[in-house]
Design a binder for this molecule. Structure first.
Ligand code: BG6
Length: 469
């Protein structure tokens, strides 16, 4: 394992992801004593970096000013020889015997393959553990994803490859597995007999704001649904794994995903935000191509054809420039059989992933006092009350630690990726205009709840609105 003698090389070190996520996560791990004691971090980038900025974020940053020129391209083999010498220099200087190397790709996908190839050919440490961490997007559709997998596989084995979906590092997402499989009370009734519908919702209160170039080539479905929300769905819906091992967990995830047919146009609602409340519309962003019909909002319903879930809609919803920041799962149970009670609200079990982690169950109880009246109330596990002193780690902290420890449980296996693309490729091709004219998304105002049609959309799948909190 990567306990000692580990070099962590971050590619794309001057980029947004490295700055916002990777370096802060490494620093937090270091401060808490979770990095290998002698770990060294090396940043590699095409852009010249602000050393001071770097220092404040990373444990140590090693720059070789003499070689700036050489380290400017991702597909230039000679640059990797320079990098390798640099790494060997560090290993020699600190008498590292094992030479473990972790390469983190915080890079645009078009350079994944050249970087992977060059690293394998020029920077692979023979006597040590070598690993790569790859960020999304892993392809644009089924064919391109398969092509990418095939190309990377030539150089790096599945064992050595860690495909990040950072939602799998979030505390509440990790908790889903425990809640589901360690509680008889929750395990009972976790099926079509008791559950009416499930919603998995992602809401962001800001738009693309200058990131329109990347976003427009991707769209909200590739950005959020095909990866983050589908991962959450697979954990909610999968059967109990044989053990907590990475392969057993991922076997079950793949199995449930394989029971989902490709999503259809009829089950999909697309939106794009327009200027409102003093905020610019998607098309007002200079980095967005003129007249783009790229969806910034999508709601789509998935169906799982297995005995547990037949007929239960799983509604995934995600949008940019909405009224709030929130990611949650809402499991709505069926009505009780009518009889002694009338007009009472349904049970709902809500997992709030962010902000402020919480699990709460909307239940009906007798109102306290002499009268007998059924009222809607909640059983509530809000983390900052129940676990007030707990420090909730950032997703990237948890995931980088997993990689150092060689744990694949919270990373995307090749077959998981394949089946995820199978589910989404037909709808993406339709949206991309591969089968004719590109569909026009419905406009919604910046800062709203999304397209006005959303209410009827979710009601169509049996969702009953109840007083929400
Ligand atoms: C990323 C998307 O994967 O997730 C972004 O590319 C999005 O568009 C981000 O903003 C959301 O992550 P989080 O952790 O803030 O919910």
């Amino acid at each position: 394992e990567m306990k000692d003698n580990t070099l962590i090389v971050v590619f794309g070190a001057s980029g947004d992801l490295a700055k916002k996520k990777t370096f802060p996560a490494l620093f937090a791990l270091f401060r808490q004593g979770f990095l290998p004691t002698d770990a060294k971090i090396v940043g590699y980038a095409r852009t010249k970096m602000e050393t001071a900025d770097f220092h404040s974020r990373a444990v140590s940053y090693i720059q070789n000013p003499d070689n700036d020129e050489a380290i400017t391209a991702y597909d230039d083999g000679a640059a990797y020889d320079v990098l390798n010498e640099h790494l060997e220099g560090i290993e020699a200087k600190y008498s590292m015997k094992e030479r473990n190397r972790l390469f983190y790709f915080a890079l645009p996908p078009d350079v994944f393959v050249p970087v992977a190839k060059n690293l394998k050919e020029h920077c692979y440490a023979e006597n040590g553990v070598n690993r790569i961490i790859v960020e999304k997007p892993f392809g644009k559709d089924l064919d391109s994803a398969r092509e990418l997998l095939r190309s990377l596989k030539q150089y790096w084995s599945e064992e050595e490859t860690y495909r990040i979906d950072h939602y799998l590092g979030k505390e509440m997402v990790k908790n889903l597995l425990v809640l589901r499989f360690a509680n008889t009370a929750l395990a009972a009734g976790w099926d079509k007999n008791s559950i009416s519908n499930v919603q998995i919702t992602f809401k962001e209160p800001f738009g693309t704001e200058g990131r329109g170039g990347y976003f427009d080539s991707s769209g909200i479905i590739r950005d959020i649904l095909q990866n983050h929300l589908l991962q959450v769905l697979s954990i909610l819906a999968m059967e109990r794994p044989v053990s907590f091992s990475a392969e057993d967990i991922r076997d079950e995830k793949v199995k449930v995903l394989r029971s989902i047919p490709p999503i259809t146009q009829e089950d999909t609602l697309l939106g794009q935000y327009v200027a409102a409340n003093g905020k610019p519309g998607y098309l007002d962003d200079d980095t967005v191509p003129r007249g783009s019909v790229c969806p910034t909002f999508a709601a789509t319903t998935l169906w799982i054809h297995n005995p547990r879930w037949e007929g239960v809609p799983f509604i995934l919803k995600a949008g940019k420039a909405l009224n709030e920041a929130k990611v949650e799962v809402r499991v709505q149970f069926k009505d009780i059989t009518q009889g002694i009670f009338k007009d009472i609200t349904r049970n709902e079990l809500v997992f709030r992933i962010q902000p402020s982690e919480a699990v709460y169950l909307k239940i009906v109880a007798k109102s306290p006092g002499l009268q007998t009246q059924a009222i809607a109330t909640e059983m509530d596990l809000t983390y900052n009350r129940r676990f007030a002193d707990a420090k909730i780690p950032e997703a990237y902290e948890a995931l980088i630690l997993d990689v150092l420890q060689g744990d694949h449980s919270n990373f995307v296996r090749h077959d998981e990726l394949d089946v995820a693309w199978k589910i989404f490729t037909p709808i993406l091709h339709w949206i991309d205009g591969k089968s004719g004219e590109r569909p026009k998304p419905i406009s919604y105002p910046y800062g709203s709840r999304g397209p006005a049609e959303l209410n009827t959309f979710v009601e169509r799948y049996g969702y009953h609105r109840s007083p929400s909190r």
